[in-house]
Design a protein around this ligand. Structure first.
Ligand code: ZN
Length: 363
């Protein structure tokens, strides 16, 4: 009797699914015709394949240019080369970047240099979405927060995003983006697995708003943080069993780059909460790009390969201190991010003013 009932309800849910599917197709078709008319002009797909050597060189030039008051924004540099290579980064040579810098220092603007390049603006917008929150001005305390009542802040320009793994904690990784996974259904691996020890403090890469902090059958205990410009969604998964999150972390909260947000673990691959089903303790770190809110969830998601970015972020790791009573870790140095301040002033407004980046190629 019981079995009979469950078979009937399964049949019922099958028909329900068919009806929903038909409904979905109809809605999609309607959507398509609307789309054709309104010409949605947001970016639909990005592959981030910039080699490590190019990222590192462009970053160094950006920082040096800032010191010499001769701006060389790395997003422009990388977008120019991507457009020159037609996205084929296998063709990258350091001397091409040097040549670009030479022409720039001879007074040519990137706009002039890129005027015949059909895809420059596409690459600029795509790379600005990926890298837009990584470099800029920030302030950091000269002494650990706990040691002095009055905190002295120093202004820096450079990598303001941090490694997702705290300073002094080891991990290993390789470029595992796109590998196939079998749990649940056949899916590609849309992130980078950082293999480390359970309890390693996990760090917010960029400042932003905590959108999710809870259980997901794939990611286990996981945290999702959205950048203030809304273009990046950082995903930190498989956090520690029992105590996955930094004390007090809640959805809707604003965190700063470099803050401790949680602890590395091996939860996930379970519909039941708080279960360790990963074979090896690791942090799954992912980065999703969102140009239009319709890309947040579903078939239109854009996840990029963060392997080279994680390597680059080893240049900026967040030292942490342990509270022996609570066994909680917090960041060692006070940090001031102008983007966070602007966001808080606007009380949930749009693009932070102090971090505004012109989407048009500038000189
Ligand atoms: Zn993973």
């Amino acid at each position: 009797m019981l079995r009979m009932k469950s078979r009937n309800s399964r049949l019922a849910s099958f028909f329900m699914a068919v009806i929903l599917l038909w409904g979905g197709i109809a809605v999609n078709l309607a959507g398509l015709s609307v789309r054709a008319r309104s010409q949605e002009d947001y970016i639909k797909w990005v592959e981030f394949t910039v080699p490590y050597a190019a990222l590192e060189k462009a970053l160094a030039a950006d920082i040096q240019g800032n010191e010499k008051n001769d701006p060389r924004p790395w997003v422009e540099t990388l977008a120019y080369l991507a457009a020159k290579y037609g996205g084929q980064w296998g063709r990258y040579k350091a001397k091409d970047m040097d040549e670009f810098f030479t022409q720039r220092s001879q007074g040519k603007t990137t706009r002039e240099l890129a005027q015949d390049m059909q895809y420059y603006s596409y690459y600029y917008e795509a790379y600005d979405a990926v890298l837009g929150g990584m470099v800029g001005e920030y302030q950091i305390s000269t002494a650990p927060v706990a040691e002095s009542a009055e905190v002295q802040m120093e202004t820096h320009y450079g990598l303001k995003a941090y490694s997702p793994i705290a300073y002094g904690y080891g991990f290993s990784h390789y470029d595992d983006f796109g590998n196939s996974r079998s749990y649940g259904y056949q899916r590609r691996h849309l992130g980078n697995d950082l293999i480390g020890s359970i309890g390693t403090p996990v760090i917010a890469v960029e400042s932003g708003t905590v959108e999710v902090a809870g259980w997901n059958q794939y990611g286990g205990w996981r945290i999702g943080i959205r950048s203030f410009d809304k273009k990046r969604y950082y995903y930190y998964a498989h956090l520690r069993k029992d105590r996955p999150f930094a004390e007090g972390l809640t959805e809707g909260q604003v965190v700063n780059a470099g803050d401790v947000i949680g602890y590395l673990g091996m939860t996930g691959y379970s519909t039941k909460e708080n279960v360790n089903n990963m074979k090896v303790p690791h942090l799954h770190f992912g980065l999703q790009l969102i140009f239009d809110e319709s890309q947040k969830e579903g078939n239109n998601e854009i996840w990029v390969d963060v392997y080279n970015l994680v390597r680059l972020l080893q240049k900026h790791t967040s030292p942490v201190v342990r509270n022996d009573e609570t066994k909680e870790y917090t960041r060692k140095y006070a940090f001031f991010d102008p983007w966070t301040a602007a966001h808080e002033q606007q009380s949930g407004g749009s693009t932070p003013q102090s971090g505004e980046i012109s989407s048009a190629p500038s000189g």
